[in-house]
Design a binder for this molecule. Structure first.
Ligand code: CUA
Length: 363
């Protein structure tokens, strides 16, 4: 009976492990299915080190089993003191040199890859985006294109895009597993990395440095589009003027409230006031209606947005929006939500690129 329970427990453990790990393989959130150059190199290093470790594991296990079978004491064998190998120079040399060789096999490609990926000598020839980390959102400044946005980073496919990163507050870490390794974002020095995506689509990004109570909600996306779509998106963003929008009555009232209630002092809603290097106090909302998530993790429904506007603290603890504006009635929050959802500058959106965020939650 005891044995039965043990087996059952082992089975349960294996089953739940398989269940949990099956969530690790999402195509747009895994370093194991690389869709970008940096992630590709990382995967090659992962495979190399895994093979080396597997080799060590197998050799040790085989030797262990052989020794166990061949040299175990049989019935009637005399009790003997085995040969002592302490100070044996040959053995000492063997088990020092083999690990050194293995470490060299892993270290040389790793060091080369690290320097290769950190080489930004050709940065000026490519697209450069200045990224600023904030608790708990990302600001993107496309200085050459003179547009700024937040949370959804748009880049063209098969093109090197340099990201120059710094933080406005605490340490963050920029990580898009499918496209590249992670890079720390520091307050004092700019760190640079590049993305080069092979395939169009929407990829998940995560802040990978504990940065406060809502660290785990500091999600973002990288929207990889074709070259034409990228040009289209840039033009759409450049030309977007929220004052020229044709809004219905409710949204128009929302727009007025947005201005009255001081929302505008933190959030931009178009590129008309773009100034290079200026990081707003809150996320740029120019393409708010195009996003497939807001606040990093919420579905962009009006209900969620009203809840968020009225009480951001309960959804994302420690965010700077809490208490920064007067309390809003249900009606006021509803109108502002209506307005924000109509900020749709472009046809090129995460949804148009087959964002699978929504599906992933149904899995
Ligand atoms: Cu930013 Cu964790």
């Amino acid at each position: 009976m005891k044995g039965c329970m043990g087996k059952l427990r082992a089975l349960l453990l294996l089953g739940s492990l398989a269940f949990v790990l099956s969530g690790c393989g999402r195509d747009n959130l895994t370093a194991l299915v690389p869709k970008g150059y940096g992630a590709d190199i990382s995967l090659q290093l992962i495979i190399l080190t895994t093979v080396v470790m597997l080799f060590v594991f197998l050799v040790v296990i085989v030797l262990f089993v052989i020794v166990l079978m061949r040299f175990r004491k049989k019935k009637g064998d005399p009790v003997i003191n085995p040969e002592q190998v302490e100070g044996n120079k040959t053995l000492e040399a063997v088990w020092t040199i083999i690990p050194i060789i293995l470490v060299v096999i892993m270290a040389v490609p790793t060091v080369f890859a690290t320097f290769h990926l950190a080489d930004d000598s050709d940065a000026e020839e490519h697209i450069n985006i200045d990224i600023t980390g904030n608790q708990y959102w990302w600001h993107y400044d496309y200085q050459n294109e003179e547009i700024a946005t937040s949370q959804d980073l748009y880049i063209p496919v098969n093109t090197k895009v340099y990201l120059n990163m710094i933080t406005n507050d605490v340490l963050h870490s920029f990580w898009v597993p499918s496209l590249s390794g992670k890079l720390d974002v520091n307050p004092e020095n700019e760190n640079t990395m590049y993305l080069e995506a092979y395939e169009e689509g929407v990829y998940f990004g995560k802040c990978a440095e504990l940065c406060g109570p809502s660290h785990s909600l500091m999600d973002f996306k990288v929207v990889v589009v074709s070259e034409e779509e990228y040009d289209q998106w840039v033009a759409d963003m450049q030309n977007f003027d929220s004052d020229a929008l044709e809004l219905d009555a409710v949204a128009q009232e929302g727009k007025e409230l947005f201005e009255e209630k001081a929302c505008l002092s933190c959030h931009a809603t178009d590129t008309q006031n773009y100034s290079a290097g200026n990081v707003p106090l809150g996320p740029d909302l120019t393409q708010f209606g195009d996003r497939s998530k807001f606040a990093g993790f919420l579905e962009p429904t009006k209900e969620n947005l009203v809840d968020w506007i009225q009480d951001p603290e309960s959804l994302k603890p420690g965010n700077l929006m809490t208490g920064a504006y007067p309390e809003l009635s249900d009606d006021e929050a509803d109108k502002i939500a209506e307005y924000l959802l109509q900020l749709k500058p472009s046809e090129v959106t995460p949804e148009s690129k087959g964002d699978i965020t929504a599906q992933s939650e149904e899995d």
